[in-house]
Design a protein around this ligand. Structure first.
Ligand code: ATP
Length: 233
């Protein structure tokens, strides 16, 4: 569904991605694990059209060379790190903003109901200003807003960052539910343990290079990964 070939990204003199190649299959949860600064956000920002790069990104047989808006319309949605909800708008207005490139009123209404079913907490708080939500609720809102663009693939950047352990579990359960809705998930995480527990396949990114790939189970059982990312010796 999504293929990346030999991707290079530079920030001035910093070579952030050094020839990354990977593929995402339809319907899977693919995770990319890597420590701080490995290049995970850079990879997602390249796919969603925010960065210039060398190499190619191919989505549904088309070379992605478009504006971020067009990329959203093609079915790719990016839920950025740090959530970035509009604090002065209500929960519902934030959700509707996720659909701002769509014209199908009926579909938008149906998707809003689906989001409220997936996140009952957001329904309870639909008229509340988003700035008053807890961190976990804002993460749910950011994912719900992403779903409102009716994506085929969701790029999730560190959805568990800064959340209390109980909420971390809730967020990972919801990602599994979103996949059951037929979406493909590209999940970028520092929480390797949790990410590997819900993913089908994984890539390990270190200093801008993919150093390992395999089934999530094999990666989770790999001794060097256990030591480096899972805190096991
Ligand atoms: P984190 O989890 O901290 O976001 P990451 O794996 O997502 O880490 P990136 O944010 O993609 O990593 O950063 C990759 C490298 O590129 C790092 O060395 C970082 O310092 C550098 N970098 C990222 N954004 C910029 C920028 N706007 N300008 C200059 N360097 C940047």
């Amino acid at each position: 569904m999504l293929t990346i070939n030999n991707l290079h990204v530079y920030y001035g003199g910093i070579h952030a991605l050094k020839g990354v190649s990977l593929n995402v299959n339809k319907g899977e949860i693919l995770t990319i694990i890597g420590s701080n600064g490995a290049g995970k956000s850079t990879l997602l920002n390249s796919i969603s059209g925010f960065l210039k790069y060398k190499g190619e990104i191919i989505y549904k047989d088309q070379k992605l060379n478009f504006s971020p808006n067009k990329i959203v319309q093609m079915g790719i949605c990016h839920v950025p790190e740090g959530r970035l909800v509009f604090a002065n708008l209500t929960v519902e207005d934030n959700l509707l903003l996720g659909a701002y490139l769509r014209n199908d009123k009926k579909g938008i209404k149906e998707d809003l109901e689906k989001v409220y079913t997936l996140f009952p907490r957001l329904k309870e708080r639909q008229k509340q200003l988003s700035g008053t939500l807890s961190g976990g609720e804002q993460q749910m809102l950011a994912m719900g807003r992403g779903l409102m663009s009716s994506p085929d693939i969701m790029l999730l950047d560190e959805p568990s960052l800064g959340l209390a352990p109980l909420l971390v579990q809730t967020v990972f359960d919801i990602i599994t539910d979103i996949r059951k809705m037929g979406k493909t998930i590209l999940l970028v995480e520092q929480n390797a343990f949790k990410a590997l527990s819900i993913a089908d396949r994984a890539y390990v990114l270190e200093q801008g290079k993919i150093i390992m790939e395999g089934s999530a189970k094999d990666i989770a059982n790999n001794p060097s990964i256990k030591e480096a990312y899972l805190g096991v010796k």
